[in-house]
Design a protein around this ligand. Sequence first.
Ligand SMILES: [Zn+2]
Ligand SMILES: [Zn+2]
Length: 477
Amino acid sequence: MIEKFSELNNPEMWYDQATMTTLRGWFGQTRKCPACNRVHSLHTRMMESDKNIAMNIGQYLAVLGFRGSCLDVMDERTKDAAGDALKQGLAAFRPKAVVYTRRDLHADEQALGTLLMGLRDKPNFLFSCGSGTLTDITRYNSFITGIPFVAFATAASVDGFASGSTPLLVNGFKTTYPGVAPEAIFYDPYVLAAAPQKMTAAGFGDILAKVIALLDWRLAYTVEDEAYCPLIAALVDRAVEDCLNLAGDLAVPSGQTTPDQLKKRAAASGRLMEILALTGMAMQMMGSTRPASGGDHHISHLLEMRDIQMEREGSLHGDKVGIGTLISMVMYQKLFAGSAMPRQRPVLAADIWEKEVRRVYGPLAAHALATNQPQPPQGDVWDKQKQLLERAMQTFGFAAVERFKTLIPLARDKILAMDGPVRPDQLGYTVQDTYDAIAFGKEVRPKFTILRLAERYGWLYDLAEEISAGLPRGDLY
Ligand SMILES: [Zn+2]
Ligand SMILES: [Zn+2]
């Protein structure tokens, strides 16, 4: 058992082991971790990429031991992008296909049922060809039927490819269901580079979120003893750094590019995909979303819920997550301004909290009220947590927040260069939508994040007001 404030809990101490080689060593294995002494399992057995890999996919599948027939899962767009090459590559497996034609495809009851009906010939394995939604539809059917699946990624837009759980839209509400990770992940860098630019920006936003996820996670370990692994944190941390260096090449415009630009863009898209898959595998190994999601994702979930309530066509996951990350960085800065601990302010009264949760969550309020405490911990419990927090901030927190000063403008400019959004109003959200997302994103899950931290010091609702009003004016970044 490592002492909480030991240097051994600093991800930087594990950087030399936090490599793709280490991760590949875990493929298909269950092993004891040298950093946290827990056992981590990785279901995924292979990850390969190459130009035109789709045409040669059969070789890899044979190595993995696949036999018999397969069913492809795609939509019209991904069929155009890779369908023909896959037909050739999968020829030995007598491929049939379910091709979605819906424009607003979600992983919902109808989409899940469509695939289930396509399984009547009992294929030996499923082959998803697409980004997050198609992978999730396949993942859940794979989990339920026990038919294994392989993922072919056509856009580097989200970190969920390698994940072991499935976000589904059930009766219009986003809910996490169980699932299974793919046996293997394949991608062609040139196919990724040809995906719409905004999808790449979304993938970048989903990676950027790890900056907050990792800080939230280490603080949650300090304050609430949540399970933590510095090696997995180091894997994700190093991946984020790599991703920031890639952004220049990712932003190359897709139209009228020179062969050299295209080559660079393909290389950068391939690396972004590898990083996205890596963070998905970090979630698999930890058995939770902690290494990849914090307050940033809670803010984005609330914005997404607003789209569903308003029956608006939603934006990409990574778009909202990138915005949630920028907002979370600003919150950390404001809460710990001048590298000092915040002054305690009064917390929100329980009855007002309940009224507000009912207003924001509408028909979902009962669930939110049942899974959250009306007030944060106070008295001795909070005093003890505050002492731990102060020590944590001195050990690593203040330095992390200090870095946000340069990271915020850097991230903003890189997202903008990729045609991605950096403020909620750019996606059509009102000041009220943004306030609700910051102030009540925390009720999505009872998990310690920057949002909870601000709540405990009594700053959350003031910060939500200040930030939501300041964002459209461009006051904050
Ligand atoms: Zn570990
Ligand atoms: Zn995400």
